[in-house]
Design a protein around this ligand. Sequence first.
Ligand SMILES: C[S@@+](CC[C@H](N)C(=O)[O-])C[C@H]1O[C@@H](n2cnc3c(N)ncnc32)[C@H](O)[C@@H]1O
Length: 314
Amino acid sequence: MSDPSTPEAPAAAYSWLVGFDGDWRDTWWSQDFLELVAARLGLGELRALVDVGCGVGHWGQRRLPLLHRDATLVGLDREPGFVARAATAAQARGLAARASYRQALAEALPLATASADLVTCQTVLIHVADPAVVVAEMARVARPGGLVLAAEPNNFGEKASALVGAPGLSRTDRLALLELEAVCQDGKRLAGSGDSSVGERLPGLFAAAGLCDVRVCQNEKCAPLVPPYDTPGERTELRQMLSWIDGGVWLGVGGTREQTQAWYLGGGGDPARFDVLWSVARREAEAWKAAALAGTVSGARGPTFYLVAGRRGP
Ligand SMILES: C[S@@+](CC[C@H](N)C(=O)[O-])C[C@H]1O[C@@H](n2cnc3c(N)ncnc32)[C@H](O)[C@@H]1O
């Protein structure tokens, strides 16, 4: 990570917190499942793809090869450093001639109305102040009959499942961590930084934006860990988890202690209780690390990750 005093530090820190570095985000989806979804939605005929909040390019660049062979991709993100990295990644994947990237806000896409066949995003609506505004923008840019497709989680559900069988935690500890997660998610939303469980609300948001034929499914890819963790996917997952734990973050919405505290207080949490909850959070992380290094962590580790599609009417 860069020196926190440099202007690049917030983007660099964010990049690490959301797992942009390395191939972790490429392990989220199975290729055959993406092909199944592409067949169901008829993506093979589509030629103009927009990736909103593209980050460093992972999501759009996995989608593009599933579209028509001449399809082009426009990726947009508010962070200039990320769009530059996305362009470099497109080059490395041999997609440079078909992909372009620019800085833009999801709330005001610099694209013509009805200009795209498919407007998509992944883990972006969980970060915006008003997801209804962004979904409406995505629907505006889709052509009549075109698709809006969003992949967004319910991170509260995911935290609850991660706590099932968490090593070294009592029931009181697990409930304390759910309390911390719930209060922090409220604080994050109230701060205008997004609803980390927005996936649950997406079908309603799509319908409210006038999208029709709304279809909902879940990502079927889990991130199981079974000792001795010797598959490439397990090694990538362990590396990512240990990087966060060694970096001092909590495996919940807040990440760093500072951010967790700010959202906890903003969500109406009791200031006198924060240190207690944070110490449980760190204990969770350190116990998980010790168990992983001892080869005793084991779990199905399914996500609560929705894929919601809607079609713009005529
Ligand atoms: C968790 S990352 C997801 C990146 C990418 N979609 C992926 O799945 O790998 C969220 C991205 O959304 C971008 N973002 C957040 N709010 C935004 C906004 N209001 N307008 C444009 N981009 C935004 C962030 O800069 C970040 O790159």
